[in-house]
Design a protein around this ligand. Sequence first.
Ligand code: PEP
Length: 267
Amino acid sequence: MDDMTQKKKLIAGNWKMNGSLQANAALLQALRDGLGEAACTVAVAVPAPYLAQVQGLVAGSAVALAAQDVSQHESGAFTGEVSAAMLRDFGTRYVLVGHSERRQYHGETDAVVAAKAQRALAAGITPIVCVGETLAEREAGQTEAVVKRQLAAVVQANGQCVSEIVVAYEPVWAIGTGRTATPEQAQQVHAVLRAQLAAATARADRVPLLYGGSMNAANAAQLLAQPDIDGGLVGGASLKAADFLQIIAAAHAIQAQAATELGAEKA
Ligand code: PEP
């Protein structure tokens, strides 16, 4: 960052449609026990029915509460939907919007995703806007065009407020497949997203850009060491405390090293 300050890495777990009262309690206890003085920010995106439970389980810890989706509507006759105000009632700090599983299985368009980001921001919740190309799109050389189109919708709807979002680059072909983008592939797309944000806001540097897609204990350090990768959105590996803690430890180590280098530069 050019202002000589350091941005904290963000490691967010996406539990997807997994968990139970008992399993959540055990997972959060193990996370709390293992976290120690993590220098990075940690969040867990939990299924909506567990928001109240997990709000209690993370209270007083370094773990922030996140939701997996939010309605594009404020309130009213939208059966089954959960509003941003409801999420806020449970102390939700982040919400995923436009996860590829929502785009793919629930037909969420770029416009809907942009509206959801807007609702979250209006409620004081940070949207984690997910973008990413399918394998067919990558093979057709459309990666940049796809992620830029997806992000452009959010930029257009949110103007200067776009500096308050988090963006997660999640290549669809890497999600839940065990196939990860190489650090170079991920960095290349992150640089494109950073440049797009820089054209929209003077504060693009403060927008955390996460990588997601089969991130695990073995590949996290290399991905997180890339200059424009500010953290990870972690699905499968976030359900196992030991694996998630190892990813957090990798972020912590990179962050600590960057702090040392920054200190040396300032001295
Ligand atoms: C996700 O669900 O956002 C994700 C990245 O999943 P996984 O880590 O399992 O690929």
